[in-house]
Design a protein around this ligand. Structure first.
Ligand SMILES: Cc1cn([C@H]2C[C@H](O)[C@@H](COP(=O)(O)OP(=O)(O)O[C@H]3O[C@@H](C)C(=O)[C@@H](O)[C@H]3O)O2)c(=O)[nH]c1=O
Length: 189
């Protein structure tokens, strides 16, 4: 497993080793001991999610759950190609409001570790794209929230035409970043 830091402290790109043969490949997508030996101690995961998006240009996000059920997410693309986005919303963080956008695909096998304290979203770059992610806390709809994906202050480059993006009604009605108060601090996530 290759582990690469990103510009945001605590967010890592993980690239599992693929063992190719005549049948295709095999890869370990998650191995607690291997990561610990490499110095990356991820919290305990309690839920695995899988979603499918039919159209290119589907955008889901920017989502979070508030503490004490904030979620860390280990994200990968099982089919197709997507841009995965993490926004640092830890109050007091030197990179508060900054984001990273990483391409994850079936082809490149890369995974993004996003700890609690970040907004998460993604845009599909191909039709029939599947995302799979492990979460460190259970689904808690009573404390979930969203910031608008096309927020002018965040100005995220999703890699797709946002005027024709496929979004949920919930995401279309999400708050502006400037009107939103983050429930996260550097310590309390
Ligand atoms: C997220 C989630 C949704 N659901 C249900 C609620 C709803 O009926 C249906 C679709 O939910 P949503 O519209 O919230 O799905 P979606 O927009 O795909 O939400 C997800 O987006 C990405 C970016 C994330 O980071 C995730 O944490 C999650 O927020 O699935 C669960 O049962 N468990 C879950 O963990």
């Amino acid at each position: 497993m290759q582990i690469d830091p990103t510009q945001l402290d605590g967010v890592f790109l993980l690239t599992p080793r693929r063992f190719g043969d005549a049948r295709g490949f095999f890869a370990e997508t998650w191995n607690e001991a291997t990561l610990r030996e490499a110095g990356l101690h991820l919290p305990h995961f309690v839920q695995d999610n899988h979603s499918f998006s039919a159209a290119r240009g589907t955008v889901r996000g920017l989502h979070y759950q508030a503490p004490p059920v904030a979620q860390g997410k280990l994200v990968r693309c099982a089919r197709g190609r997507l841009i995965d986005v993490a926004v640092d919303v830890r109050r007091g963080s030197p990179t508060y409001g900054q984001w990273i956008a990483e391409e994850l695909s079936f082809e490149n096998g890369r995974q993004l570790w996003i700890p609690p304290g970040f907004l998460h979203g993604f845009a599909t770059l191909e039709p029939d794209t599947e995302i799979a992610y492990k979460c460190t806390a259970r689904y808690a709809p009573e404390v979930e929230g969203a910031v608008h994906f096309n927020d002018p202050d965040l100005a995220i480059d999703w890699g797709v035409d946002l005027t024709t993006a496929v979004v949920s009604p919930k995401d279309a009605a999400a708050a502006a970043f400037a009107d939103w108060t983050s429930p996260f601090t550097m310590e309390g996530v």
